[in-house]
Design a protein around this ligand. Structure first.
Ligand code: SF4
Length: 212
């Protein structure tokens, strides 16, 4: 049976003593704690400013992230950058990462289409996320989308109902969830996309009060 507990993950054995983000990233490059290492091009570890106070956690790297090895550099990352700018949050104050660090996809013609990671893969990758949180020590963690929110806050959490609310958590002084930027890009029409974007910026503006 595949493991579902983070404590059972083989990734635990790869966490270096006295880790830094650089040493974690180097160690994670060789991770084979779940089957996704065979699927993605490379491990896409988190990145951010050395004094990052806000950690954004998404679901998994996308196609562009998989190819470049950097998180949030594709269309969703560009939307996040734009929304951060509008919310007056300096990107240098942020660290971006994902619950799962390999791209999970399935073929559709010549394209690689995102496939949601399962509970076993999320649990296998959890030691990396916990190590990132321990090193960065962010004031605020923002889960982006349902997969990240349920992994970080709990399976009962509903982004549609509780987005933008600060939740009591042992992970950081402030924890919040909002939608994933990719869901805004998938809006059915321009008007909905604009509205969803405004709501996303409004959620990010709530962070300004706790990091300044
Ligand atoms: S997804 Fe995470 S646990 Fe699975 S191989 Fe990649 S880095 Fe390791």
């Amino acid at each position: 049976m595949p493991t579902r507990k983070a404590s059972d993950s083989a990734a635990n054995d790869l966490i270096p003593p006295r880790p830094t983000i650089t040493s974690l990233k180097n160690a994670a490059a060789g991770c084979k704690a779940c089957d996704l290492w065979e699927k993605g091009t490379q491990t896409v570890f988190g990145e951010g400013g050395r004094r990052a106070r806000v950690m954004f956690v998404g679901e998994q790297p996308g196609n562009e992230e998989d190819l470049s090895g950097k998180p949030f550099v594709g269309p969703a990352g560009r939307l996040l950058d734009s929304a951060l700018d509008e919310a007056s949050i300096d990107r240098k104050q942020t660290y971006v990462t994902n619950v799962v660090k390999h791209f999970k996809w399935e073929p559709r013609g010549k394209r690689r289409i995102h496939k949601k990671p399962n509970a076993t893969e999320i649990a296998a990758c959890r030691p990396w996320l916990e190590a990132e949180i321990a090193v960065v020590k962010p004031d605020v963690i923002v889960a982006l989308g349902a997969t990240a929110a349920q992994a970080l806050i709990g399976p009962q959490f509903r982004v549609t109902k509780q987005r933008g609310e600060f939740i009591d958590s042992t992970l950081a002084p402030y924890v919040m969830a909002t939608v994933h930027p990719s869901s805004i890009l998938r809006a059915p029409d321009d008007e909905t996309r604009q509205l969803e974007y405004r709501l996303f910026v409004d959620d990010l503006k709530k962070l300004v009060r706790v990091i300044k």
